[in-house]
Write a protein that binds this ligand. Structure first.
Ligand code: ADP
Ligand code: ZN
Length: 631
């Protein structure tokens, strides 16, 4: 739905902990120590071999006899020494030499006879002995052993290999509370209900109340899903188990499932508690999706998760909170009653929400009086909580770098630009011009909807960018359930759809690409009116079969056309569709020109507030009588 904003890593984690549960394994400190040790020893040996020239025993004896040797040290295993200064046989390493000792009872008398200084030394070999005899073999054994364990006996429990990583990260004293969560009040409200239950599960057990087992948090990355789950645990004072869906997925079959089993086993032991599963879509993807055979591991993990969730009593005190930003790909089995049956969606915060989030994050920052958080909130349309936390952090860092004692507005400006520049490629942040166009476009839809007879009332207009391609939206809610529509209703619906584009044309005398989806939908409706509903007088009451779409193939693929009418008719149909759209365009053009002041008023308000609700729109469009009188 929404492009991923990978800002999470940089976001200041106010809560100070991430539990470390997201770290990837594969690094063994012991192995590193051993490797370094071996390296050091080899380095030493090579050094001592190379720093002095090697010599054969024969040569050595010859040199003694020639009187070229100044002094030698004799150990159990080798002989080190030095030639005399200016003696001819110096090799490229200088005067030093060494060689392996040979049993030779004549050596000492020979040395004495030639007046060579000599002494015996005790070679320090215990270190090497221990190393080669014990440490290295044991180290290798250990590495092999742990490798084998990791790969082939998942969940065997030895030394925690294959055990759920969530267990290691279970956090007891969570400091985060709902006070730290701002700007997403609805979602917060829904979770607040659960606090009482977690605090005193007995009370609910006695009353026999039904408590949800699973809560699914749906929202773009960085909107505060993890934060909310943690706040729930913190508020209730219960342990927090957290694991990411992608952690479950391992190379070998069976590990994921055993992790789930272990996770729930330890969660049940410390109930009441929260189990938080981030990125549940990575295990919970619909089982039929994808090529057969490659998803066995994920399927097993998912099945285990479903079994665990069915396995515990609803009142046992374990609440599973899962987070995703792609609810549409989840396996329906996960969403069935008794599993994740409560869904809480977290929208990107509006301007007020952003203001509140900024307040939370600047609490511990000393701000210059010139900082106006409202202006910061205004400038950050489309930002989520994590982005805002990031801005505050950046601004504080900037001020620190400048040696300032307080963070000023200037730092905030720079920080916003920085975060925007960082975001641009990943998600939508609109330029001022785009925002204006979007405001008029959405106002166009809304004003048409408010002024035609048969359109559904406008509930909300927003220019907070959402997802890919949608810069804003106008939400109309039907007043009643519909089973059919009349011709005039369809025509008015067409008018509302075209309203956006025509408003752009009127105001900017230019059109943008932003209306593509509107036009597609309008064309679809007009087509249906002509071909399916017999609503065109010229074409009459005949229905014209549409091209059949292949059912199981990509909708883009056409399996040959199954038209049962002539090319001439096809042309007429096209003309008729076009004439419906043209007539509607004319009508909307007149209407919006006539209501230009309404259009301006709503667009201006949208630019200020980003989201305008029903009541306010009504007020803008139909001002109360007394205000008109005073004008
Ligand atoms: P998600 O899990 O939805 O990707 P997180 O909960 O990890 O997002 O949010 C990351 C950080 O962003 C949080 O630790 C917090 O500092 C900040 N944040 C996000 N949303 C909010 C919010 N609504 N109020 C306050 N801080 C927020
Ligand atoms: Zn539109």
């Amino acid at each position: 739905m929404v492009a991923k904003v990978p800002k999470k890593e940089n976001a200041p984690d106010k809560n100070g902990e991430n539990g470390g549960q997201k770290k990837k394994p594969g690094f063994n400190p012991l192995a590193l120590v051993i490797a370094l040790f071996i390296l050091a020893i080899f380095h030493n040996m090579l050094n001592s071999m190379n720093s002095a020239g090697g010599l054969s025993y024969n040569e050595f004896v010859d040199q003694i006899k020639l009187g070229n040797v100044e002094e030698v040290e004799i150990s159990d295993v080798f002989i080190r020494g030095q030639f005399k200064q200016n003696s001819p046989p110096t090799n490229e390493q200088g005067r030093k030499f060494n060689l392996v000792k040979v049993e030779d009872e004549n050596l000492v008398p020979l040395l004495a006879a030639n007046k060579v200084k000599f002494k015996g030394v005790i070679e320090n070999t215990w270190l090497k002995d221990i190393l080669f005899a014990w440490v290295i073999p044991l180290g290798i054994l250990f590495l092999l052993w742990s490798f084998v364990l990791k790969r082939f006996s998942p969940g065997s429990g030895i030394m925690g290999i294959g055990k759920s990583r969530a267990k290691l990260a279970a956090q007891k004293d969570i400091k985060v509370t709902f006070k730290d969560v701002a700007g997403i009040d609805e979602a917060r409200g829904e979770l607040e209900e659960l606090v009482e239950f977690l605090k005193t599960p007995e009370r609910f057990k006695r009353l026999g109340g039904k408590i949800p087992r699973g809560v699914l948090l749906v929202g773009a990355p960085g909107t505060g899903k993890t934060l909310l789950a943690k706040a729930l645990a913190g508020e209730a004072g219960v342990p927090f188990y957290s694991i990411s869906g992608s952690d479950f997925i391992e190379m070998f079959v069976g590990v994921g499932a055993s992790r789930v089993r272990d996770l729930f086993a330890s969660a049940k032991k410390s109930a009441p508690c929260i189990v938080f599963i981030d990125e549940i879509d990575s295990i919970g993807r619909a089982r039929s999706v994808g090529v057969a055979g490659t998803h066995e591991e994920r399927e097993q993990t998912l099945n285990q998760l479903l079994a665990e969730m069915d396995g515990f009593e609803p009142n046992q005190g374990v609440i599973v909170v899962a987070a995703t930003n792609r609810p549409e790909i989840l396996d329906p089995a996960l969403l069935r009653p008794g599993r994740f049956d409560r869904h809480i969606s977290i929208a990107k915060p509006d301007i007020k929400g952003r203001h509140k989030i900024l307040e939370v994050h600047t609490k511990a920052v000393s701000l210059d009086p010139d900082v106006n958080l409202e202006v910061v909130a205004q400038r950050t349309a489309g930002f989520v909580g994590a982005d805002l936390a990031n801005i505050v952090n950046e601004a504080a860092l900037l001020a620190g770098r400048k040696g300032k004692l307080k963070v000023g507005m200037q730092e905030f400006e720079v920080a916003i630009d920085r975060v925007i520049a960082g975001l641009e490629m990943k998600s939508k942040v609109m330029t001022k011009k785009e925002k204006e166009i979007t405001a008029y476009h959405e106002s166009g839809h809304a004003i048409v909807a408010m002024n035609v007879k048969h359109a559904d009332p406008v509930h909300k207009v927003s220019i907070i960018p959402r997802g890919i391609g949608a810069l804003g939206f106008t939400l109309q809610l039907p007043t009643e359930d519909r089973n059919m529509m009349t011709l005039s209703e369809l025509l008015d619906r067409l008018a509302v759809l075209l309203g956006g584009r025509i408003a752009e044309k009127i105001v900017f005398n230019e059109i943008s690409t932003g209306a593509e989806n509107d036009l597609k939908r309008a064309t679809e409706i007009a087509k249906s009116m002509v071909k399916d509903y017999g609503m065109s007088e010229r074409m009459g009451l005949v229905t014209y079969e549409r091209d059949r779409r292949p059912m199981f193939l990509d909708p883009g693929m056409q399996l040959g056309s199954s038209k049962d009418y002539s090319e001439a008719t096809a042309r007429e149909i096209d003309l008729e569709i076009k004439s419906i759209l043209d007539d509607t365009e004319k009508r909307v053009f007149e209407l919006l020109k006539d209501k230009r002041d309404q259009l301006n008023a709503l667009a201006t308000r949208l630019l200020e507030k980003e989201v305008v609700e029903k009541d306010e729109i009504t007020q803008l469009i139909y001002p109360p009588r007394d205000t008109i009188a005073t004008l």
